[in-house]
Design a protein around this ligand. Structure first.
Ligand code: HEC
Ligand code: HEC
Length: 319
């Protein structure tokens, strides 16, 4: 009897240690998986979807949000810099809208505090959509479909501020759960030896100091060219643009690395055409050394495990 008891106690102790170990490992992982399900208001998000893809929200009827944030390109723009109304060229690469809800601020220099605040930007920007709230409201008023949808969702005639709210809700729904790395973090999937080596390198060489948290970025401002200076341009949307502090030249919100394999070209200036090139430049400018071929391949293999599922709302909308 005593022996049985002892064995059970011992078994229990081993289990407790094992569970404690697992919890500790989970807690010490500097990257967190995104939730499998994120609650959002479905009817708002659906209205937001129609607004997001509607070129009539631009002054010449040629540009919608989706023109620069392509659903088939990881929510980003395949062009190095975006092109707005009347073919006007911008000066920065469009970041992904997928998982942007998890960013602590919006835009490369964080000038918008949240998605609602952000959506106000491109609609007015003279080189993006170039519209005024009054023009947008007048357009909604003329549309039977929008009058019906706004009434259903907000219980009143279309308003510009409600449109921003709906767009933000749609963007909240643009999260990409269950990438292979998240499954690995949850103990539900394996990584290959190469991918694991890539993740180890990501931590040991120091990428993790800037790219961490739920979005593997998107939670701090850091300098591009921390160790080896990176060329600076006057038109750069960096922190300097806001603070006018020379120390803030080339300081940007760290971009998310989720779905990074889908969103070439890279960097605020779209200067890195491939993921390999982006990794090499990152290691050189921000860590001060050159990666060898083997390391680049392992890191790339790891980054490829960050591609998540296509947002469920897009499937629901038939995209
Ligand atoms: C003409 C191209 C263009 C159009 C149209 C456009 N965007 Fe963008 N978007 C960009 C560029 C370029 C940036 C980065 C600008 C910056 O940081 O200064 C950006 C940034 C963003 C961001 C911030 C992401 C982050 O990680 O900081 C979000 C969110 C976003 N856009 C959503 C939208 C929405 C919503 C619309 C429609 C109302 C829209 N965009 C229309 C090009 C465009
Ligand atoms: C000191 C902070 C810091 C470190 C360390 C760092 N990064 Fe970055 N990373 C950034 C910033 C800031 C940007 C945006 C730079 C820009 O656009 O000019 C960036 C951009 C990127 C991009 C391009 C993202 C996009 O959407 O364009 C990739 C890929 C990347 N980093 C991967 C890595 C890898 C891999 C490492 C390690 C070898 C690493 N980073 C180390 C801060 C850092």
């Amino acid at each position: 009897m005593d022996i049985m008891k002892k064995m059970i106690m011992r078994g229990l102790a081993v289990w407790l240690v094992w569970i404690g170990f697992c919890v500790a490992v989970q807690a010490s992982e500097p990257i967190r998986p995104i939730p499998r399900k994120l609650p959002y208001n479905k009817s708002k998000a659906e209205l937001g979807y129609w607004l997001f893809i509607d070129p009539s929200l631009s002054s010449d009827g040629s540009v919608a949000c989706v023109s620069c944030h392509s659903f088939g390109h990881g929510g980003a723009d395949p062009r190095p810099v975006s092109v707005g109304v009347h073919g006007k060229k911008g000066y920065v690469n469009a970041p992904t809208v997928y998982n942007s809800y998890f960013n602590f601020r919006q835009f490369w220099n964080g000038r918008a505090k949240d998605l609602k605040d952000q959506a106000n930007g491109p609609l007015h920007n003279p080189i993006e959509m170039a519209m005024k709230p009054k023009m947008i409201e007048a357009y909604f008023q003329k549309s039977e479909k929008y009058r019906r949808l706004f009434k259903k969702v907000y219980g009143r005639a279309p308003r510009y501020t409600d449109a921003l709210d709906a767009i933000a809700e749609f963007e909240k729904a643009l999260y990409t759960p269950n990438c292979r790395f998240d499954l690995y973090l949850r103990g539900e999937g394996e990584l290959s030896i190469k991918e694991k080596r890539g993740y180890d390198l990501f931590k040991t060489v120091g990428c993790i100091t800037c790219h961490n948290g739920i979005n593997i970025g998107g939670n701090s401002y850091q300098k591009m060219g921390l160790i080896v200076p990176y060329p600076w341009s006057e038109s750069s949307p960096d922190r300097f643009d806001i603070t006018k502090n020379p120390m803030d030249k080339n300081v940007f919100k760290v971009p998310t690395l989720r779905n990074i394999a889908l969103t070439a070209p890279y960097f605020h200036d779209g200067s890195a055409k491939t993921l390999k090139e982006a990794l090499q430049k990152m290691a050189y400018h921000n860590l001060g050394f050159e990666l060898d071929q083997d390391e680049i391949e392992a890191l790339e293999a790891f980054l490829e495990t960050l591609t998540g599922e296509k947002p469920a709302i897009l499937k629901e909308m038939g995209m």
